[in-house]
Write a protein that binds this ligand. Sequence first.
Ligand SMILES: [Zn+2]
Length: 524
Amino acid sequence: MPEDKKTIDPSEYSIIAWITSNSFKSEKGEVLDFKDRLFLLDILADWSKKIVIKKCSQIGGSVIFNLKLLFLLSKLRMSAIYTFPTDTDVNEFVTSKTNKIIEQNRHVPELATLPTDNVQRKEINGRFAFFKGTISKTAAIMTTADVRIHDEASRSDQKILEMYESRTKASEYGACWMFSNPTTEKDLLDQEWQKSDKKEWHITCPHCSLKQYLVWPDNIDLKRKEFICSSCKGVIDRETRRKGYWEKTQPESSISGYHISHLMCPWITAEQIIEDSEKDQEYFYNFVLGEPYNPGDLSVSRSTILDIWTPQKLETGKYFLGVDVGNIKHYCLGSDKGIMKIGTFREWYELDDILDFYKPVMVIDAMPENNMSKYYVEKRQNCFMCYLNRDKEKNRIITFGEGEDIGIIHADRNRALDQLINAMLNAEFLLNITADKMLREFIKHWETMRRVKEVDKMGIERYIWTSVNNQDHFCFALLFWYMAKMTIGAGIVIDFNQKPVEAIIRRSDGEFNNIGEALEELNL
Ligand SMILES: [Zn+2]
């Protein structure tokens, strides 16, 4: 054990002075410049024992915490445990960030001879940093430390994070810094955030002098694509956003909390944020707004369906077909404006008849068995088979196979349903189907769908769609139709959002008859 066991009071040293006097470089070799990231400076110099940061993506957080870690070891003479969701994340972080930063800054005395060969451990003068995945084949770190740093806390095994609490008990300092893109409400990060002093990046309106922090959508003018003051609606320029300041919104707490969103990043435009808002909502909340995603009671009711019902024909000459496979097959046939025909069949020749007659672009379920769907993909033109699973890449809801995989679609089941339901709620497509038993079935299937919060075995939460009685076949037939419509120009990767549905006239624009009329027509 080193003789100088006692740790040093962080307030005696300035990390900012250390970084600027040494002209620290980033992992890319560029001299660190906080001009556009002033909001990181306070975080850099914050030595509170409890820090929680809920953040958006790509703000340079990993550089900050690498510097803090190196400062902690070399100047404050403390040790740290640094966790990530998995060992793979550790590997990526240490090799592509920590080691690169060390190598770019060999001119700094403390880093001159620091080895970069060990991914799990760094040592500076008898002080250690241990890196570890929460989901790991090897045992958790048993050693104690002065600081626990939990990176991507919301995507880590929540039970393991709690277990690490005991590792800093012996230290006089005993700090815990936690940061992540949030997931859902009420995970460990969100609980800590709720208890914290909840600092938000405030700006002062140059027109009316109102102090405020920027929130979606109040501070964005969707038409002019500008940041605006929530009160006087005057334009908030880049410089005003850049020169903000942190202010507590819950001052009585001793936990230091920061919320970082793309709204406060001066290099990100209002236009970019509006574009992102039209994509996957979970992604937008977690990675753009830095907020948990809470979809609330999103559901499709009878009135949702009747609201998009129209007596008008939706023919455009192009046909799209979605087929859900089971003992009984369910299908939705329509144009790019909406659904014209729904139904069921038992025998495959019945599908052949539909294909021969309408020559649609078809997306067919690749599950539960894919012999027939494979057959159609190989033998017929414009046929695609779709696997519904969970896409790890958050921003990509649907992927059309390329090259050898042409004809194969992979889609994130729950996010794709979110997207479809949002499209229904926004009347982005319509239904012109006969009011008969089938429509009643269609409505019934939708009414069985519930969105529930699921907690996996690592304690990570997400929202999934389930049917209370598994009678959801028309929902998936509609989803496959929706994907079929997206294949216009297939062979490339398409986000649902990057290909906006053709503009359609909504009820409010007078295309519909009133709902009473629709109900009467539908005899429901
Ligand atoms: Zn104002």
